[in-house]
Design a protein around this ligand. Sequence first.
Ligand SMILES: Cc1cc2nc3c(=O)[nH]c(=O)nc-3n(C[C@H](O)[C@H](O)[C@H](O)COP(=O)(O)O)c2cc1C
Length: 359
Amino acid sequence: MAFYHPILFRLDAERAHTLTIAALGAWGKAGTPLAPSVPRLATTVAGIAFPNPVGLAAGVDKDGRAIDGFFGLGFGSVEIGTLTPLAQPGNPKPRIFRLPEDRAVINRLGFNNGGLDPALSRVCSPAKAGAQSGHPPSRVNKGPGGEGVLGINVGANKDASDRAADYVHGVTRAAPHADYITINISSPNTPGLRDLQHGAALRDLLAACTAAKGTTPIFLKVAPDLEPADIDDIARAALDNRIDALIVNNTTISRPGLRSANAQETGGLSGAPLVPLARRRLSDFRKATGAAIPLISVGGVDSGAEAYARLRAGASLVQLYTALVYEGPGLPARILRELDALLQRDGFATVADAVGVDA
Ligand SMILES: Cc1cc2nc3c(=O)[nH]c(=O)nc-3n(C[C@H](O)[C@H](O)[C@H](O)COP(=O)(O)O)c2cc1C
């Protein structure tokens, strides 16, 4: 997936994405940050100090090749992955489709990634850096943007005989390297994966993962395509297992009123058409958890106004992916400026003060 650019948009979406990640990876080593740090936007969630509440969603930088570049664009957090224990190629290409008239994307990548260990060797390890310097982990991912929070999103290999064991493996291995870990059981592109969102399978998975995480906070990422009973089940299981935050939500398999030629491609839909569903699920999970677990809202966030609305509706943080494709690399800095102005306008001294005021 690539930022909007006439030349990049003429390329196949996946080829453009690879070029974009390579360019950002190089820029991240030497570039000047695009977004100043704004004290009002700093916020602590699940015990982690985020420089701002706008994060890069999983799937953009699956293998952790451009983390510093994304911090340099202004993101307060970068979630790499989804990473599986073993490298896997994913589904046949083409498997990413732009829907320009809808400002949306459909993807059926299927967890293509280079495997957990190679990515871990690439990321800066807060815990190790802390241990070596004698200081506590300081969240030390320094890009042109300074400090940021690193999340590592883990999943199961398509052919795993024991999927839960893949998650436990991922959590165990990633924990020393991550500020937080996300267990992603919500991709529509690995057959049967989302069955882990239900009943005993979910409770067993969460118990095993929380036992493996050590002191690293653990987040759970859910699908938007859920029935009310599923939502209550997930909320209960997350509370019972002391999950540190819920990421609401992944892409949808629904196709709400699309106009673009690629609308009927198989896969998960993201971007602007996901906004109504993402807002609804945010409020559903806010009710179902009684605000006892921080919520991270994802799906179609493309402006400071939308980020602000999500915070007011109960999200402690937001993440985005697809809007970056259409708005370009200046988007995070613009969202931060707009969000800061909105908070100031309404008299909120901090992000946390605004969370849930409309809920
Ligand atoms: C091309 C593509 C690949 C994605 N890959 C992943 C992934 O590997 N793991 C994951 O948890 N979510 C993945 N997502 C979902 C996003 O993280 C996000 O939840 C979703 O796209 C909704 O946000 P958006 O509308 O801002 O894009 C992917 C999304 C896209 C468009």
